[in-house]
Design a protein around this ligand. Structure first.
Ligand SMILES: [Zn+2]
Ligand SMILES: [Zn+2]
Length: 351
């Protein structure tokens, strides 16, 4: 009898020690792993100041410790640009990418040359037919005006790029709950058509570069909630933005390419991402799970689209998240070609 007791005691001791080792900094309650935000994953070069903790009101009205993250919106782990090639003879190294119908296209000279065919609309003519020179914004003023709500014909058929040198010192402050807290329901971002365009600060009505526009992560839409239009932060401090308002951009016969990292610049927000192309810092996972690329504004992790075998996840909820015991609840970004990251926040976010 005593032997058996000792055996089961030893067994339970083993269980306890295995559990406590495995969980380390995570807490497990009834099969629910919750992984706190690891602030050390953020690259120091992208931060304007050290990350601190502040008590903030969450979307459910409760108060919680949040990391205050002040970013410079300038990636330190990769270059910015290029966006627009100079001549239709240029190869892919001279330009960025364009996203259409789930696919990623290189914006090389050929792509610009063939836009009328690509969009089946002869109005497209972004280059000089004699010299092959591509019409693109060259100054800060041009970058501002090409994104004007009443974009004049003067700026139709432009490849729009805003260079890092046009932007002064940018700082944005974000708050992310130290420990993510699941909400009763998913907070969905507003989506077109119907409501205001996500990231309305970028739309033609509230264009990129609007000098007095609202900073990111503030209420850019007309929802009664204060749901942020931005999705989260990459480890380099660059924001995962709402989908680019591609329809508005195309309506004006402009092209506003993203660089190979999926980002571009607007004068107000600075550099920001519209697609995850695998360029910014990632944290590989030991179990062939997709690599981690940042945090959503509710504190849940954001991971790449596909696992180490290139397989997409098929059990995602409508926010594009799911749960496992290692990572707790977390998101998988949409494919780069979809001009999208995640579709909602599963957790409470800081007001
Ligand atoms: Zn943008
Ligand atoms: Zn996963």
């Amino acid at each position: 009898m005593i032997k058996i007791h000792l055996k089961s005691l030893a067994l339970s001791l083993i269980c306890v020690s295995v559990l406590s080792c495995k969980n380390n900094s995570t807490t497990t309650t009834s099969n629910t792993t919750v992984v706190p935000v690891n602030k050390d994953l953020f690259l120091k070069g992208g931060l304007a100041e050290a990350i601190t903790i502040e008590s903030r009101t969450l979307s459910d009205g409760t108060t919680a410790d949040c990391y205050k993250i002040v970013v410079t919106s300038t990636p330190t782990d990769h270059d910015m640009g290029p966006w627009c090639p100079t001549n239709i003879s240029d190869d892919a190294s001279a330009g960025g990418i364009w996203l259409n119908d789930g696919k990623v296209y290189d914006v090389d000279g050929d792509f610009v040359k063939n836009l009328a065919t690509f969009y089946n609309d002869d109005t497209w003519m972004l280059y000089d037919s004699e010299t092959g020179q591509i019409t693109k914004t060259k100054t800060k003023q041009q970058c501002l005006e090409a994104a004007n709500p009443n974009v004049t014909e003067e700026y139709q058929n432009f490849c729009v790029e805003c260079l890092p040198s046009f932007v002064g010192a940018v700082q944005h402050t974000y708050y992310i709950p130290v420990t993510p807290k699941k909400a009763k329901e998913i907070y969905t971002f507003s989506s077109r058509p119907g409501g205001p365009p996500p990231g309305a600060a970028e739309g033609r009505k509230r264009p990129e570069g609007r000098p007095d526009g609202p900073p990111p992560n503030h209420d850019n839409n007309n929802n009664s909630t204060t749901l942020p239009s931005d999705r989260g932060l990459a480890f380099n401090g660059v924001v995962f933005n709402a989908p680019a308002p591609v329809d508005n951009i195309l309506e004006a016969y402009t092209l506003a390419p993203f660089d190979d990292a999926g980002g571009h610049i607007n004068l107000n927000a600075g550099y920001h991402y519209h697609a995850a192309t695998g360029v910014s810092k990632k944290v590989e996972q030991k179990d062939k799970h997709a690599a981690m690329i940042g945090y959503a504004f509710d504190g849940f992790g954001i991971f790449e689209n596909s696992d180490a075998n290139g397989k997409e996840y098929t059990d995602l909820d409508k926010a594009r998240g799911h749960y496992d015991d290692v990572r707790g609840y977390h998101y998988h970004v949409d494919k780069a070609g979809n001009n999208n990251f995640i579709n909602g926040l599963r957790g409470e976010y800081a007001q």
